[in-house]
Design a protein around this ligand. Structure first.
Ligand SMILES: NC(=O)c1ccc[n+]([C@@H]2O[C@H](COP(=O)([O-])OP(=O)(O)OC[C@H]3O[C@@H](n4cnc5c(N)ncnc54)[C@H](O)[C@@H]3O)[C@@H](O)[C@H]2O)c1
Length: 427
């Protein structure tokens, strides 16, 4: 038997033994196909339109409402929906609370900017609706805690919109690592290239009459309008998000949490640079995290490991028997200096996802949480928030993972939450 085949046999046995047969919750029970799910989409910019198209393609779903604080986005998304479903009866709303009042709606999707995610999801849970919500899960740590509390209290379903989670590649990477193929993983390196732009120094303008700027700002501090602060590029302002770092963290940290499950965070230290414009998210950010079971590093430049330079986003896993590097679509594994692009004979113990949105729909029917559920999403997102706090304060922070508080640092603890504008404090 060649060394390669021996290794494949080992990997195969390892995968079946260590991980066992795991069936995704969403695949266990499918509700009756006649049960049509009535869905509303809230936030209709770039990602909200993707939501609308994805859900419009699911036969069990009927899109019954659309909502945006920008009348132009509302009108153009309704037009796109009519092109897909000419007989649509979907109603349009500027204020999402009218959607939550409707008893005939089962689920919402939320693709507003980050600073609205938690309040909209929490109020949706309270009104008995399930939520497919965009990443990052929330604006800050306290909001994610609140979301989890409300989800449990109201027994709702939540799927984080990290659609890459559903890809075949991520499923197989998680399976290979969890099988023990590269041994015990002690170091993880994650990276995403590309800086957050400064956006110049635009002058305040009167908001367009088609935009409800006060509601767009919602719980965030009041700020004068200029287009750079609003659609799409809001993500480069700390009042609403956290730049490229916060934007991409979940997509690639996901595979680290699924494969290894970093736990017992002890400390975080982040370095970075301010942009040279009005946008105040970090131009770039690097961070080191120490967990009980693994060390995790985030960098803006690819790390100095084989195969990283050609990947703009990626994850590197270093175990005591080998290494694995991957991105959204590719993976390669190196054991004893020999590199394989794939391990064809590994048994597939994690079934392929039916699709990220279908997984959510299945979960709404079965009442079994989907793959990127809120509990999982919260664990995976929390270190991102802490790294932003470390960067803002310019110091290393010690974390008590049981209490979910920084040790001996009142200033840092004060940044785990923020006060909402009074009129938009809805939860
Ligand atoms: N999963 C992914 O791959 C992915 C990709 C892109 C964006 N996203 C996420 O999707 C979200 C939206 O990003 P985007 O790029 O589409 O931004 P965008 O600015 O293009 O769209 C946001 C939309 O939300 C609307 N909005 C703001 N406040 C609202 C409110 N209170 N009620 C209703 N509508 C409101 C805005 O008017 C706008 O139309 C972000 O959280 C982002 O991180 C996820």
């Amino acid at each position: 038997m060649s060394r390669l085949i021996q290794r494949r046999e080992f990997l195969k046995r390892g995968a079946a033994g260590a991980f066992g047969l795991t069936i995704l919750p969403g695949l266990i029970t499918r509700g009756a196909p006649s049960d049509r799910l009535r869905v509303a989409h809230i936030g209709l910019g770039g990602m909200g339109n993707a939501h609308m198209r994805w859900f419009a393609a699911i036969p069990e779903v009927e899109i019954v409402a659309l909502c945006d604080v920008d009348k132009n986005h509302l009108a153009s998304t309704l037009q796109s929906l009519k092109e897909l479903h000419p007989n649509t009866q979907a109603k349009t709303y500027e204020d999402f609370r009218h959607i939550l009042d409707r008893k005939d709606i089962d689920a919402i999707t939320c693709a507003t900017p980050d600073h609205w995610h938690a309040q909209i999801a929490s109020l949706a849970f309270e009104s008995g609706k399930d939520v497919y919500g965009e990443k990052p899960l929330s604006y800050d740590v306290a909001e994610a805690q609140l979301m989890l509390k409300k989800l449990k209290k109201h027994n709702r379903i939540f799927q984080l919109g990290t659609q890459i989670h559903a890809t075949e590649n991520y499923h197989r990477v998680a399976e290979i690592i969890r099988s023990g193929a590269i041994g015990k993983v002690h170091t993880i390196r994650l990276w995403k290239t590309g800086n957050s732009p400064g956006l110049g120094f635009p002058k305040p303008q009167t908001p367009p009459p088609t935009l409800n700027w006060d509601m767009w700002l919602g719980p965030a501090p009041w700020a004068d309008y200029f287009p750079e602060r609003c659609h799409k590029s809001y993500r480069f302002f700390l009042d609403y998000s956290g730049g490229v770092f916060a934007d991409f963290w979940c997509h690639i940290a996901d595979i680290a949490w699924w494969s290894v499950g970093p736990r017992g965070l002890k400390s975080v230290v982040a370095r970075g640079e301010k942009t040279d414009g009005i946008a105040d998210a970090p131009k770039w950010l690097d961070a080191d995290f120490e967990f009980d079971n693994v060390k995790l590093h985030w960098t803006t430049e690819p790390p100095n490991v084989p195969g990283a330079a050609e990947r703009g986003i990626g994850a590197w896993f270093e175990g005591d028997k080998g290494t694995l590097i991957c991105d959204y679509r590719t993976r390669s594994i190196t054991i004893n200096g020999e590199t394989m692009e794939d391990i064809p004979s590994i048994s597939q113990t994690i079934p392929q996802s039916p699709g990220h949105q279908q997984n959510f729909v299945d979960s709404v029917k079965s009442r079994i949480q989907p793959e990127s559920n809120l509990e999982y999403a919260r664990e995976m997102t929390l270190p991102m928030h802490l790294a932003l706090i470390s960067w803002r304060l310019g110091r290393k922070l010690e974390w008590d993972h049981k209490k979910e508080r920084f040790r001996g640092d009142a200033e840092a603890n004060g940044m785990l939450s923020r006060d909402y504008r009074k009129e938009w404090d809805l939860v």
